[in-house]
Design a protein around this ligand. Structure first.
Ligand SMILES: Cc1ncc(COP(=O)(O)O)c(C=O)c1O
Length: 434
């Protein structure tokens, strides 16, 4: 096992002033085994004990170009010299919005926010205001941030979800008002065509929005079955429901125009964060002009930091790199090779598995050759997955220590990093079987 003595000391110190010693529950891996960060550069991350890792967590996905990417930092440095925040709109914000509208096929207009949580919260407000309805339909295992409206049936034990024909929405935290589950949210398994048809037929006319991640980026990178997203598009249109595509993880990651470009899909509203700023805090939601135009016309949306200069400058620089360099091509080639190599090793070692996701954002599940929703995924061998991850971390390769979280690639991962990762992966799998 790696030496974690400095991390252990920091964890103890942190826990005196920060619950669990981390500023997000997802960053806590347990007592004595939670690494604390020293620095990150390119595709690498160092913990405070000096252990170096090829980083596949990439801060839960935002780092699309690389850590401390010079073209991004340079633009941020230049802009913050001119002031970090003002209660006034800058030309740079307009340029970022223009770039987004140009790159993402379903965007006519956008508004900025600071986090993915805010983006989905605002999109839901707008959808409710536009339709005059209140009910939101979401899919089990999808995560749309920390607000109360969608933190349902995300991480709760799947056994509590009830029968798939009449799912029970389960709050993922204490402190969420019960009334939301009773009146404002309905849930379904992802990829459940029959269930979706039934719900839309019986109460589609009461639903304000259907919100979904295009791929289950917070539950094993489960892909949509062919036709599933298209069906959502079709039925939401028929029933006057706003279709919100949550591209917080896929946006500016699986294609320059995200999943809507990848699947040739036109949702009504789309949410972004993560890769938009390559690690600086900027988020956005946007979509059809007809819907977005109601903002300001009796519909409130705001936020002191929505135009924070570091975030806006970082987004400007990140989108400029995406426009001008073969980022997606590189991620597809290197990520594709990594996926294929992992698949090959698992097959050669006789481990039944399924590969899920896209080259820039993927994972695998052990113990089954197909997963289509969180209920299937729950039956996979998560502990065995984590055993392999522990052995990889010991070898300097760091995917997330959570079987739900995908491996993320960035433009700075080199061919050599992929080769080293595949060597470590082969060793780790062999060792896991001893
Ligand atoms: C699909 C999706 N939506 C929303 C969010 C929330 O974003 P944030 O953590 O920036 O609030 C996340 C975060 O992981 C996400 O993956």
């Amino acid at each position: 096992m790696n030496n974690f003595s400095k991390s252990q000391a920091l964890q103890k110190r942190a826990q005196a002033v920060i619950p669990l010693g981390v500023n997000s529950n997802f960053r806590y891996w347990g007592e004595g085994v939670t690494p604390y960060m020293s620095k990150a550069q390119g595709a690498y991350l160092w913990d405070v004990d000096g252990n170096k890792y090829i980083d596949y967590r990439l801060a839960f996905g935002p780092i699309i170009l690389g850590h401390a990417y010079e073209a991004v930092n340079e633009k941020v440095r230049e802009e913050i010299e001119l002031g970090t925040l003002a209660a006034m709109t800058s030309e740079l914000e307009i340029e970022v919005a223009e770039k987004m509208v140009k790159m993402c096929p379903a965007l006519d207009m956008v508004r900025f926010a600071c986090s993915g949580t805010e983006a989905t919260m605002h999109a839901i407000r707008v959808a409710r205001a536009y339709t005059g309805r209140e009910l939101i339909l979401k899919f089990e295992g999808n995560y749309h941030g920390f607000h109360d409206y969608t933190l349902w049936s995300t991480y709760a034990p799947v056994e509590s979800y009830g029968n798939r024909r009449s799912p029970i929405a389960v709050a993922a935290s204490s402190g969420i008002p019960k009334v939301v589950g009773e009146k404002l949210i309905a849930t379904l398994p992802f990829n459940d065509v029959e269930g979706f048809e039934r719900v839309m037929k019986s109460y589609g006319h009461l639903i304000a929005a259907v919100i979904t991640e295009p791929c289950q980026g917070n539950c094993g990178a489960i892909l949509p079955e062919p036709g599933f997203l298209e069906l959502i598009r079709q039925r939401t249109e028929e029933y006057g429901v706003v279709f919100i595509l949550d591209e917080v993880k896929t946006g500016f990651r699986i294609a320059n125009g995200g999943a809507q470009e990848y699947y040739n899909l036109k949702p009504d509203l789309t949410t972004y964060a993560k890769a938009l700023g390559n690690g600086y805090p900027l988020a956005a939601f946007g979509g059809k002009k007809e819907i977005m135009s109601i903002i300001g016309d009796g519909v409130a949306q705001g936020g002191t930091y929505n135009n924070n200069k570091p975030g806006v400058a970082a987004a400007w620089a990140t989108l400029t790199v995406l426009e001008n360099e073969p980022v997606m091509k590189t991620l597809n080639e290197r990520g594709g090779r990594l996926m294929a190599g992992i698949d090959k090793t698992l097959t050669e070692e006789g481990l039944v598995h399924s590969m899920n996701g896209y080259p820039a954002m993927f994972t695998y599940a052990i113990g089954t050759d197909k997963v289509t929703c969180q209920r299937d995924w729950n039956d996979t061998e998560k502990d065995y997955y984590l055993k392999i991850i522990d052995l990889l971390i010991e070898r300097g390769v760091m995917p997330d220590h959570d079987a739900r979280e995908p491996w993320f690639l960035c433009y700075s991962h080199s061919d050599e990093d992929i080769d080293d990762t595949l060597t470590a992966f082969r060793e780790a799998v062999k060792e896991s079987k001893k």
